[in-house]
Design a protein around this ligand. Structure first.
Ligand SMILES: Cc1cc2nc3c(=O)[nH]c(=O)nc-3n(C[C@H](O)[C@H](O)[C@H](O)COP(=O)(O)OP(=O)(O)OC[C@H]3O[C@@H](n4cnc5c(N)ncnc54)[C@H](O)[C@@H]3O)c2cc1C
Length: 305
């Protein structure tokens, strides 16, 4: 695949950018699936100014921009991603406390944020402790578990448009819905948000968190690379139950396998390609539809190609 970014463009960016830049960077290094071909440019801004600068640069050069968090909900194509991948992580991960309000930057990891809140006796994020994404990715996906979602506690989000300008969104404007939000369109970057939590007992909060972690360790194949649940749960019954009911646990295409532990996880059992996963997803969808008449909708985001 030919890069969309010329050497001259990359040189220009490197001159003014405070952060790390890598060319033709394999995305498998940045995804929990450990799958994905090269990004033309991967940029890791270390502060808000450089985030805004790299977005403006991409905008002015007419290059597509993809925003990456921890890469835990993604299937990146074997051909990789053309244009610029902007990774929101270290340097954009401050958390400030103001009574029962929390101001968190998008690059903080969700488990770290949940634990920091627990340490201060703030309840409302216990369920998030085992979700391995960034806070920004959690807002984009409206991540959730155990009947809670991030949209329940986020009140206001500071975002950047792709031309680098700021826009503040209220909770309503964020359009939090089933595993999606206003950020899902890919034209806004979440930088920081204000969360409203409740005062609670730190010991009780930590006890609840360890219950959730115990439950995950039993029910999820955490020892193998994956991107979490592949399909959204249809109303009334978990997607995993349909997949298990269709007898698909252990089904394998190349290095991709329907997990024996949780049927709604596809795991990378060794050098799986994105193509392996996509073929397996299609087989699963077709088999579940044929057996139960239920259309499974992907929860993971497929990008690049
Ligand atoms: C073992 C395991 C268990 C999981 N369990 C759960 C679970 O219980 N519940 C659940 O909901 N999910 C779960 N997930 C999926 C995943 O962790 C969540 O969806 C998480 O919120 C994704 O965050 P991320 O930073 O990894 O996002 P990424 O995968 O990097 O990106 C996901 C989407 O968010 C966008 N995005 C990322 N950051 C930003 C930003 N700052 N601004 C705008 N858009 C952005 C990306 O462009 C992309 O469209 C699990 C995954 C794994 C591997």
């Amino acid at each position: 695949m030919t890069s969309m970014v010329t050497d001259e463009q990359a040189r220009q960016l490197a001159k003014s950018f405070n952060g790390r830049i890598a060319l033709n960077e394999p995305m498998r290094k940045y995804t929990s699936f450990q799958i994905g071909g090269p990004a033309d440019v991967l940029a890791e801004p270390h502060d808000m100014r450089s985030l805004s600068a790299v977005l403006r640069w991409g905008w002015n050069e007419g290059l597509p921009v993809f925003v990456l968090g921890n890469g835990t909900n993604l299937l990146v194509a074997d051909e990789g991603i053309r244009g610029v991948v902007v990774r929101i992580g270290p340097g954009l991960d401050d958390v400030r406390f103001d009574g029962d309000r929390v101001h968190a930057m998008a690059g903080v990891s969700l488990p770290a944020l949940a634990r920091a809140c627990a340490d201060r006796g703030l309840a409302g994020l216990e369920w998030a402790v085992g979700i391995p994404g960034s806070f920004g990715g959690a807002m984009a996906m409206n991540a959730g578990a155990y009947s809670h979602t991030v949209g329940d506690v986020v009140r206001e989000v500071t975002t950047l448009l792709l031309d680098g300008s700021i826009s503040v969104k209220t909770c309503e404007e964020m359009q939090f819905a089933q595993r999606s939000s206003r950020l899902s369109h890919g034209d806004l970057v979440a930088c920081e948000a204000m969360l409203q939590l409740e005062r609670g007992n730190p010991e009780e909060i930590r006890r609840q968190m360890s219950e959730y972690m115990k439950d995950r360790k039993i029910k999820q194949p955490l020892h193998l690379p994956s991107a979490g649940c592949v399909f959204q749960n249809p109303s009334g019954r978990g997607a995993g139950r349909y997949i298990d009911g269709a007898g698909l646990k252990g089904l394998r295409v190349g290095g991709a396998e329907v997990s024996h532990v949780h049927a709604n996880f596809i795991v990378n059992v060794g050098d799986a390609t994105a193509r392996d996963v996509l073929i397996l997803m299609n087989v699963v969808r077709r088999s579940v539809y044929d057996k139960f008449g239920v259309e499974l909708v992907p929860e993971i985001r497929v990008v690049g190609g």
